[in-house]
Write a protein that binds this ligand. Structure first.
Ligand SMILES: [Zn+2]
Length: 691
């Protein structure tokens, strides 16, 4: 349930989550566009009627004058803020280098970054770092060996409910989190994976666009194998692609993967060979360090069975080719330049339309963040998140929770017993602002200067083992799902908690030098969005303790679902391309959170006035400023392939439709007076009200 502005790493294909993902969203620079604090008034296109296209009314001039930077697949408010944050983080990391004590966090950060930056050293090592790993694959001689090799690829690289990252290139991904049926302990969740492209649709869709991408992907596989001096690359690429296509056939769709009631399947270790025959499961779990684990949650049972069957039916030789390719492809960033260039050519240029590779320092910052996120975050908040801003943000969250409680009180359709349970859940919501109360311990992570490849492998394994160690321990409600230097926000449904990282709590989302109405329209709506995730179509299935348990009366839930269905229809009607519409079901939880969050923030702003006067600025009333600020928060320009990719793989609707959420709020009609017949106009009974 996340909102995220960091661009996807090529090797991770990070989707934008159940949090407010800006990965799929926004962008705006104050210095460049507004000249001062407030809104970008020059970015408004007054020739467009707000009632016809609110997104282009709020952002039309900005869209016309803005070029997406060459190393980006999209640009907008969140991206600009991410760019600034990456620059600041880079300065902090460089300053952490040099003579810090061996084993200290500062030294690890400095050495990790320096190793990623040392292109000459990486070039000089050629394929040496791969050699021992390829040797192990070469030595696979039977199905047990295959199962062990597949088990050794398991990493803690997915997140079903928080960051909603459902993608892993390994055959399966692992998420360790509170058990949904008994949130007092952790469970290992097994998630489908194994595709080199972002989603099953890329393999199975009949559209010509996707068919073209498939040919390019097969060529990419062959190129990677050739670069690694593996003979017969074209034939092998064909076999690997065909195996992935069959894995894709076993996969469950993105929309279905979001349904928690379908995902919460408890299997014992003994169930695997029975329910998913084919793969040697004791071999797989033994090699993944889960040999002693008795209970699992299998999120997509059909996919697990399907992939397991392929482990027995597809030839060992093809599986070995597959393992070689995935190993090399996933480590391209730490191999000589030719690999990096090829990875960029497919993952970024073909799949996202990005013309140019990121400069090395940006990648090095991302890699260091991935490995040592909270250690870097500690430096970031010390410099860029003053206690006054933390206090101001906490006060705002407090105010929005109070406004949400009042909204619950006012829901005339809801039975008193459901209302009491909703209130209880709201009151136990654990809010984290800026950074965690307790920082992660990196003392067990070994960083070797000059070994970028080894550092990356060790960091992945360190993170994996840290997650395995949670199994059997008491649940830690203080753990954060995001680093403080990430421009994003997240709801953690099973913890009944929300995190607002420091990096999103800054201009233009949150700015002490302008009237608060504009903060409410921007960060306020984001905070409201995250609070609302606790009550969206998925979040509402969890009780105050984080247990997956229906606390609704039958009638109330039916009413709530009917409102959701209307929102599904509203988003299904948006067509970013003639051949693709937004998937209203896939994006429902985010859209509910947008509608409810915006309404909550509007109420919170009114509450904050305490009867005082509302300002007008540049000829706009306070109410208009609130909605304009919201519309500019979602300003975003995307390259065509990236937009297609978002529509297929993301739980968030494209930004422009998120900006148009305003059409469901009566207050927007009072502010902008749209007329019946205009494209966004909804008659009062058609406006979707949830919470
Ligand atoms: Zn969200």
């Amino acid at each position: 349930m996340k909102q995220n502005t960091r661009s996807a790493l090529p090797q991770r294909l990070l989707p934008c989550l159940m949090a407010l993902t800006f990965a799929a969203i926004c962008g705006m620079t104050l210095a460049a566009n507004t000249g001062d604090h407030g809104l970008d008034f020059s970015g408004i296109d007054r020739s467009i009627a707000p009632g016809d296209d609110f997104f282009r009314y709020a952002n039309g001039n900005w869209l016309a004058r803005t070029e997406i930077p060459a190393d980006r697949s999209s640009w907008g408010t969140g991206a600009e803020l991410s760019e600034l944050t990456v620059k600041r983080t880079d300065e902090l990391i460089r300053a952490a280098d040099s003579s810090a004590a061996a084993g200290s966090e500062a030294r690890k950060i400095g050495d990790y970054y320096a190793s990623s930056m040392d292109a000459a050293r990486i070039e000089q090592l050629t394929l040496t770092p791969l050699a021992p790993l390829l040797k192990k694959i070469n030595a696979i001689s039977d199905r047990t060996g295959l199962a062990r090799a597949l088990g050794a690829t398991l990493r803690a690289d997915v997140d079903i409910l928080n960051n909603t990252n459902l993608y892993t290139p390994n055959v399966f991904g692992l998420w360790v989190a509170q058990d949904l049926s008994d949130p007092t302990h952790y469970s290992p969740f097994i998630v489908q994976g194994g595709l080199g492209m972002p989603d099953r649709d890329y393999y199975l869709s009949p559209s010509q666009k996707m068919a073209d991408i498939r040919s390019q992907y097969q060529a990419h596989i062959a190129t990677v194998l050739s670069l690694a001096h593996i003979s017969g690359a074209n034939d092998k690429a064909k076999g690997i692609f065909e195996l992935e296509r069959r894995i894709a056939e076993a996969h469950v769709s993105r929309a279905e993967s979001e349904e928690v009631l379908k995902g919460n399947n408890h299997w014992s270790a003994a169930d695997f060979p029975q329910r998913a025959p084919g793969l040697d499961w004791p071999g797989f779990f033994g090699a993944s360090g889960l040999g002693q684990q008795r209970e699992f949650v299998v999120w997509q049972p059909g996919a697990v069975s399907g992939i397991s069957a392929l482990a027995a039916s597809v030839s060992l030789a093809t599986w070995k080719d597959y393992l070689r390719f995935h190993l090399i492809d996933s480590m391209s960033g730490y191999l000589p330049r030719a690999f990096l260039t090829e990875q960029f050519a497919f993952q970024q240029r073909v799949l996202s339309g990005t013309p140019e590779q990121q400069p090395r320092w940006k990648r090095a910052v991302e890699e260091t963040n991935d490995a040592l996120g909270e250690a870097v975050g500690k430096l970031y908040v010390a410099k860029y998140f003053p206690p006054e801003e933390k206090a101001r943000a906490e006060a705002m969250v407090h105010n929005l929770v109070a406004a949400f409680a009042t909204r619950i009180d006012r829901l005339d359709w809801m039975a008193p017993e459901t209302r009491a349970k909703a209130k209880a859940k709201l009151l136990t919501l654990k809010v984290g602002v800026g950074y965690p109360n307790r920082w992660r311990d990196y003392s067990g992570l070994e960083v070797v200067r000059g070994d970028a490849f080894g550092n990356a492998r060790r960091a992945q394994l360190f993170n994996y083992h840290r997650n395995l160690e949670k199994l059997g321990r008491a649940v830690d409600r203080d753990e954060w799902a995001m680093d403080p230097q990430l421009v994003s926000a997240v709801n953690l449904p099973a913890l009944n908690a929300i995190n607002f990282p420091a990096a999103i709590l800054q201009p233009p989302f949150f700015d002490p030098q302008r009237d608060p109405v504009m903060d409410y329209g921007s960060i306020g709506a984001i905070i409201g969005h995250e609070i609302s995730h606790s009550f969206d179509n998925e979040g509402a299935l969890f009780d105050a303790s984080g247990k997956l348990q229906n606390w609704w009366t039958k009638d109330d839930f039916a009413h709530f679902e009917a409102a959701g269905q209307r929102l599904v229809a509203q988003f299904d009607a948006y067509h970013p391309f003639p051949d693709i519409s937004v998937n209203g079901r896939q994006t429902l939880s985010e859209n509910i959170a947008d509608v409810a969050g915006l309404a909550d923030s509007f109420d919170g702003w009114q509450l904050s006035l305490q009867g005082g006067a509302a300002p007008s600025v540049a000829g706009f009333s306070a109410q208009q400023l609130f909605f304009l600020s919201f519309g500019q928060t979602w300003r975003r320009k995307m390259r065509e392939p990236a937009l297609r990719r978002q529509v297929v793989t993301d739980g968030h609707a494209p930004a422009e439709y998120r900006a148009d959420t305003v059409r469901n709020l009566d207050a927007w009609y009072e502010a902008f007076k749209p007329l019946p017949g205009q494209k966004l106009y909804l008659a009062p009974p058609e406006r979707v009200r949830v919470w």
